[in-house]
Design a protein around this ligand. Structure first.
Ligand SMILES: [Cu+2]
Length: 123
């Protein structure tokens, strides 16, 4: 009886771990809105980035408006290694970051410690 119980708990644990690591977690994806030949999108920084994935149109100048609402210093910088951008995000202040959209591709961004991530998809 006890053996069966331990077996069931073990199987449940394995199932949970598999789901946690390999399950498809929903990722918020948003497309920047284009107006007058520029595209813009607001990114809310609070316990991570929202949206976490941004689709940009290639060749259209893009501005990402980051606003940090999270009090933790973890998110007080945002880094786009592919674009050489490392910007401070003062709390409650909107920071506009210009992105060069001339090359299509997928580009990661992260907090200053590389703990929280987001992705730009230029196409
Ligand atoms: Cu961090």
């Amino acid at each position: 009886m006890l053996r069966i119980l331990v077996l069931i708990i073990g199987l449940l644990l394995i199932g949970f771990i598999t789901w946690w690591f390999f399950g498809k977690h929903a990722i918020a994806t948003e497309t920047a809105s284009v107006a007058d030949d520029i595209q813009q999108i607001d990114v809310n920084v609070n316990g991570g980035y929202s949206p976490e994935r941004i689709v940009l149109k290639r060749g259209v100048p893009a501005t990402l408006n980051f606003t940090r609402r999270d009090p933790s210093s973890c998110l007080d910088r945002v880094v786009f290694p592919d674009f050489g951008i490392n910007r401070e995000l003062p709390k409650g202040e909107q920071q506009s970051i210009q992105i060069d959209t001339s090359k299509a591709g997928e580009y990661q961004w992260a907090c200053g410690m590389d703990m929280f991530h987001g992705k730009l998809i230029i196409k």
